[in-house]
Every structure is written in structure tokens, then in C-alpha cells.
Design a binder for this molecule. Structure first.
Ligand code: COI
Length: 358
């Protein structure tokens, strides 16, 4: 058994929220994991501390120049045990994001061990209801107080935990309405679109607000050069069922390599679907809808899980997918994915990682 990480106890534990009304990312547990970096010591002082405000220089570089990256993963409870879902994938990806923003990489095994010990302490916070989980948010930000534009010499990594329900509220399988954004773009190749950096989400908000004002749930981004090829949705990767095949935009440098995306591709192949990762133009989709070969659209994301898309609006064209109902392929993938996560189905690929009792 690994060495126990230092724990700074809080004076009293918080009251837990009503499990029937969790929302997404609204409540936080009693403790968080904290890890610091400075140029002399490297990563040091790994500890579990009470969840609460942190002290930060007003000149901290993350606040001015946006050196900040994050991850999202989930823990589930079943049969009295708590599992993490593919956590190593998140720690691999956080290192890719850190590298892109010229921030120091962190040891993935240390993080995984720290997360297991944190979740072990917080196992009573993992909700067990249908569609519920403990959402886990690891993130790293630059803390040095200096206004010169150069990489910070100090950073903080935190992992906070939030018992959550479905991302969109209500049933995760309620079809969403998506606005195809044809004015703003999210990312270009060579930029930071493939990294999970905070600024990507800040840059998406105006389009999201405009889409919401018109009654849409999310924005579908087109490529940043020709504004012709489909890339991803605000908080999800996107999939289509076309001619019976499961199709998703290929990773091209400006699309986030989603872990749910990767899992769904593997799952679809295991279930016998043909999967294509390729460029998909918005014109192809509209045409496929008109000739009846586009039968389903769904998004995938850690927070969003597998979420059917019921409507797509592009300019003056609005298309309704599968009568605004969850399609057969989406439902099958959802049942298998959620079944494995929740422990109801076998896990032949070893995606669930049990949190030990320390
Ligand atoms: C996740 O699915 O974990 C994400 O990071 C999306 C998020 C911005 C809510």
C-alpha cells in the first residue's frame, strides 16, 4: 500500500446536499487535493486540505495571461465500492495540455494515487442515483505574481470533487438543440484546440450566450479556416449515424481528444458498428438529412455522457433528427457505456479503477 498523503483535517464536515437535486458542479465536498510547483523544488507538498478559498497574488499569471488547464472525470459507487473511470487517460491528457501552455508536467502515477486517497476520504459523497456521479475536476494554474509575459515560475494543482447529476438537467437522454456557429470559431490547427485549456471555454461563451438566447442548448463549432467542417460541440465531441455507420470528425489538432469520444469509438467497434473518423462537412450532414441517410446525431463528454441531438440549426436551415427522439444506436451505446460505468455490466477492457480503502 502506498504511503498516506498528508491530511489537514477540517474542524467540522459540511452538510451533504439533497441527492434529488444535485445539478452539475454546484456542490463541493469537504476536502481537495493540493500540489504546488516552483522552479527550485519542482512539484512538492502534495496534501489533502479542507475545500475552501485559496490565497492568490492579484498579479498571478493565470489571471492575466491564462496559463490554466483542467480535466474532468467521474467516480461511481456500486455494490459498496467506488470506481474511477479511465483516470489515467485524464492524467495523460493534462500533461499534453500542460506542455502546450509551457507549464511543467506532473507525475501521472502520483496524481492517480493522490486522487484515489482523496476519493477514499470522500466516498460518502459519491451519489448512487441514476445518472449521478462524483464529478472530479483536476486543474493547474500559474500563481507567480509578475506581469511580464513569460511562463510562470510557480503553479498550483488542485483536485476538487462535486457530487453531480446530469449536465443538461433532467434526463441525460433528452435530445438537445444545437446551433451551428457560423460567425465565431473555436480553434485553428497549431493553436490550443486540442488541449483542455481554460481559455478555450472563455472564448466559447459569447457564441453560447447568443445560441441560448435563441433557445439552443449548445453550439456546434466548424473548422476555423473554411468554416465548413464540423469539429465539436461546446462541452462534447460529436458523432453521427450515417448509412448505419458511426461517424465522427477525425482528430486534426483543433479538436479536443475526448476520453468519452475514445471510449465510445472502442465500444461501438466492440458492439460491431463500423466506425469512421474523417472530415465531415456541414453540407454533407444537411444533404444526408434530406436524403434520409443521417439517422442519428449525439454528443459525448465526461460531463454530458452520451447526449442525443434532436435539432441542428445552420443559417436558415433547421433539421430535426430522428423525430427529436433518441435513436437506436445512441441508446445502445448509452446503455453499454453507462452500464459499464455504473458496474451493471462487465468491464472487459478494465476501464473501471477501484478506489482502495486506505
Ligand atoms: C467534461 O466533460 O468534463 C468537460 O470538461 C466539459 C465541461 C467544460 C463541463
Amino acid at each position: 500500500m502506498s504511503e498516506k498523503i498528508k491530511l489537514i483535517q477540517r474542524e467540522s464536515l459540511k452538510e451533504k446536499p439533497d441527492p434529488s437535486n444535485l445539478g452539475f458542479g454546484e456542490y463541493f465536498t469537504d476536502y481537495m487535493l493540493s500540489f504546488d510547483y516552483d522552479i527550485d523544488q519542482g512539484w512538492h507538498d502534495l496534501k489533502i486540505v479542507p475545500y475552501g478559498p485559496i490565497e492568490l497574488s492579484p498579479a498571478a499569471q493565470a489571471l492575466h495571461y491564462g496559463q490554466a488547464v483542467f480535466e474532468g472525470l467521474k467516480a461511481y459507487k456500486h455494490d459498496g465500492e467506488v470506481d474511477l473511470f479511465r483516470p489515467s487517460e485524464n492524467f495523460k491528457r493534462i500533461n499534453n495540455s500542460l506542455a502546450r501552455l509551457d507549464m511543467p508536467k506532473v507525475d501521472e502515477d502520483t496524481l492517480l494515487e493522490g486522487l484515489k486517497q482523496l476519493v477514499d476520504i470522500e466516498r460518502d459523497w459519491v451519489p448512487e442515483g441514476e445518472g449521478q456521479s462524483l464529478y472530479i475536476r483536476p486543474y493547474v494554474f500559474a500563481t507567480e505574481g509578475i506581469l511580464g509575459v513569460r511562463p510562470s515560475y510557480s503553479y498550483k494543482l488542485l483536485i476538487i470533487l462535486s457530487p453531480s447529476g446530469s449536465y443538461y438537467g433532467g434526463d441525460s437522454l433528452n435530445p438537445t438543440k444545437i446551433y451551428v456557429e457560423d460567425e465565431y470559431v473555436r480553434a485553428v490547427r497549431g493553436g490550443v484546440g486540442h488541449a483542455k485549456v481554460a481559455g478555450n471555454y472563455a472564448a466559447s461563451l459569447l457564441a453560447q450566450t447568443n445560441a441560448s438566447a435563441q433557445g439552443y442548448d449548445q453550439v456546434l463549432w466548424l473548422d476555423g479556416v473554411e468554416q465548413k467542417y464540423v469539429e465539436e460541440v461546446g462541452s462534447m465531441n460529436i458523432f453521427f449515424v450515417e448509412n448505419g455507420k458511426v461517424v465522427t470528425p477525425e482528430l486534426n489538432g483543433s479538436i479536443l481528444p475526448g476520453i468519452t469520444r475514445k471510449t465510445v469509438i472502442e465500444l461501438a467497434q466492440n458492439l460491431g458498428y463500423e466506425v469512421e473518423e474523417r472530415r465531415v462537412s456541414i453540407d454533407e450532414l444537411i444533404e444526408a438529412h434530406h436524403n434520409g441517410t443521417l439517422t442519428e446525431v449525439f454528443g459525448t463528454g465526461t460531463a454530458a455522457v452520451i447526449s442525443p441531438v434532436g435539432q441542428l440549426k445552420y443559417g436558415d436551415t433547421e433539421i430535426v433528427i430522428n423525430n427529436n427522439e433518441t435513436g437506436e444506436v445512441t441508446q445502445n451505446l448509452y446503455d453499454n457505456y453507462v452500464g459499464i460505468q455504473s458496474g451493471k455490466l462487465d468491464d472487459p477492457n478494465g476501464w473501471r479503477v477501484v478506489v482502495p480503502r486506505y
